[in-house]
Structures are given as C-alpha cells and as structure tokens.
Design a protein around this ligand. Structure first.
Ligand SMILES: [Zn+2]
Length: 59
C-alpha cells in the first residue's frame, strides 16, 4: 500500500503527458513542458474531517 496515486495534470502547464521520473518516489516529469517535479506528503490537516451535512463551516 505504498503506491501513491498518479497526478493527472502537470502543475505547471496542466498537460496530461506525465511519466514517472527516475529521481524516484513521487517524482514525475512532464513531456509537454519538460519539467520535473516531486509530490510530497506534508501531513494530515489538524482540522480533521468537516461534516458535509451542516450548512455552516466553523473553523
Ligand atoms: Zn508540464
């Protein structure tokens, strides 16, 4: 379960021509703009899960 979902769009040019980069885990390269980038998991948000049924959201 270490496999992460692949990004669908390049964050720089929004193209879909993405492929895994040889730099390793979470690294992707874009065939359209020739950029390489890395996705990094920063941690869980402290606010937790918001209930969707309530009308207002209070933070
Ligand atoms: Zn791109």
């Amino acid at each position: 379960m270490s496999e992460r979902a692949a990004p669908f769009h390049c964050p720089y040019c929004a193209d879909e021509d993405l492929r895994p980069h040889e730099a390793g885990h979470g690294a992707w390269e874009c065939g359209a703009c020739n950029r390489a980038f890395q996705l990094k998991f920063l941690g869980l948000l402290a606010r937790g899960v918001q209930p969707t049924s309530s009308g207002e959201s209070q933070i």
